[in-house]
Design a protein around this ligand. Structure first.
Ligand code: ZN
Ligand code: ZN
Length: 125
């Protein structure tokens, strides 16, 4: 089981088992929501993820897309989309041990920043 939390520690979560996938996302919406040039996600079955502690606030960034963040410190934590039913995408940086969640692919390559250089993602599993 993996554990994670927001920066202030109010919102905590656990994720059972291995992620279905891991990937970078280069889309503009993730960029704005996080303030970072790229986001890294691990996708888990929603049923395998449990939240505890403080309130996970939610922002609908586009129809059918919900982005979760700590209502106290603002840490970006989750992404859920109607396109991916039964799945929750957790920001890799929120995990206590992100070393075990190397992104294995890239999404929205077309929106990737030209100055961003990343090593070849290591294959998951
Ligand atoms: Zn927080
Ligand atoms: Zn994105």
């Amino acid at each position: 089981m993996r554990e994670g939390r927001c920066l202030c520690g109010d919102v905590r979560f656990t994720a059972d088992g291995e992620p279905k996938w891991t990937a970078y996302c280069h889309c503009r919406s993730c960029r704005r929501h996080t303030g970072a040039p790229v986001s890294a996600y691990a996708g888990f079955e929603t049923a395998k993820v449990r939240f505890s502690g403080g309130k996970l606030a939610c922002f609908e960034s586009s129809p059918g897309v919900r982005r979760g963040f700590c209502s106290r410190c603002g840490s970006t934590l989750t992404y859920e989309g109607d396109r991916w039913p039964g799945e929750i995408h957790l920001h890799v940086g929120a995990f206590d041990n992100p070393e075990t969640l190397a992104p294995a692919g890239h999404a929205f390559e077309a929106e990737r920043l030209s100055w961003l250089h990343l090593g070849d993602p290591r294959r998951a599993g």
